[in-house]
Design a protein around this ligand. Structure first.
Ligand SMILES: [Zn+2]
Ligand SMILES: [Zn+2]
Length: 166
């Protein structure tokens, strides 16, 4: 049996503390990396942000609590809305796409694939192909800039599909 602790994360998506009730000594009101306010709730529905996995294991005759750190989630497990950091990264990527020298329909395709790549769904494979094709066409600077903007919010499957070696 395991339960989840509540994560404390800043508005830009920096993980402050994935076990905010078990290790409250690491909680802060503001982020030390970017200065943004920290929060432990979904802005849309108020649900706690799911954090570290807490489980209990028996070692000999002693029962020990094991805290398994979690990563920053993109979407709320309760209402399905993107968290602020997910939306910030998506919007930054979309604005970047608008500045590129691409045909309008390519921009639209690229924007759709960006949003899809933050979700862990079967649509990722197609979205990854489109993303690769269009960003490569726009040049290597574009490809690496898009990577920097999105790397924290892309799903693991998306990263594997786009950058198989990393
Ligand atoms: Zn931050
Ligand atoms: Zn929610």
């Amino acid at each position: 049996m395991s339960t989840h602790d509540i994560a404390l994360i800043c508005a830009n998506g920096h993980l402050i503390n994935s076990a905010s009730t078990n290790k409250p000594e690491y909680n802060t009101d503001f982020c030390q990396e970017c200065g943004a306010k920290t929060s432990n709730r979904c802005e849309s529905c108020g649900a706690d942000i799911q954090g570290a996995e807490i489980s209990f294991h028996d070692f000999g005759n002693r029962r020990r609590k094991v805290i398994l750190e979690s990563k920053v989630p993109n979407y709320c497990h309760k209402c399905g809305m993107p968290y602020p950091w997910t939306e910030i990264a998506i919007q930054a990527a979309l604005e970047y796409v608008d500045e590129l020298e691409l045909a309008e329909d390519e921009k639209i395709e690229l924007k759709q694939s960006v949003r899809e790549l933050t979700k862990n769904t079967p649509a990722i494979q197609v979205a990854a192909l489109r993303f690769k094709r269009i960003t490569m066409k726009a040049g290597s600077t574009t490809a690496s800039a898009m990577r920097d903007i999105l790397v924290e919010v892309l799903s693991e499957a998306a990263k594997k599909a786009i950058w198989p070696t990393s």
